[in-house]
Design a binder for this molecule. Sequence first.
Ligand code: E4P
Length: 228
Amino acid sequence: MLYIIDTANIEDIKRLVEFYPIDGVTTNPTIISKEHTDFLALVKKIRKIIGEQRMFHIQVTGETSEKMIYEARKLREYVGGNFYVKIPICEEGLRATMKLKEEGFNVTMTAIFTQQQALIAAKAGADFVAPYVNRLDNIVSDGVSVVTETVEMFEKQKIDCGVLAASFKTVEQIHKVAMAGCQAVTISADLFSTLMYHPMTTKAIYDFGQDWKGVYGDTTIADMFSGK
Ligand code: E4P
């Protein structure tokens, strides 16, 4: 399963790419707006930090397929590397997706809330569909089951489209979509760090340190090798 970070915050991206096995970055207009900065300079900076190989998903803002296609072409040329254009599921978005696939674009169809939206997006050629797990849970629906059934449906129908589950608020949601065989998840910076946390791990690491210091004091293995 690919781990992608759902943020446009430069400090968060720098930290997460340095310390975690991150496969890419996703953004949307809401995430970009939170940074209150020049959009073109921001996406250029993000590409520089994550390198050419990691996926970078950027959402179009145009409301017609012509504008979406124009933005996708310009963004791909400007950002370069492993680029995915994010397009919301709607009639104009589907038309844009079908045309962009003819030009060899990687497309992620986003704002997916139902299995049938996902199937239509996949048939239009999307490489990934992005169902919004927590937003479904918030309306007393079941985000994990939409992801699970979409994964199963693509397998049964032999459809070559990945599920990039999005909109998470809990580690449990992420674990459940991983168990369902979801190909990718995109997670906020805060929740990403929480994935790693367990108080027993923190205690175990503390205890190792205390036991070592009880015999060797502050001298580390590295000090022993370097003769300190
Ligand atoms: C990513 O593609 C989505 O835009 C994002 O995960 C939505 O998350 P939210 O529901 O926390 O805004």
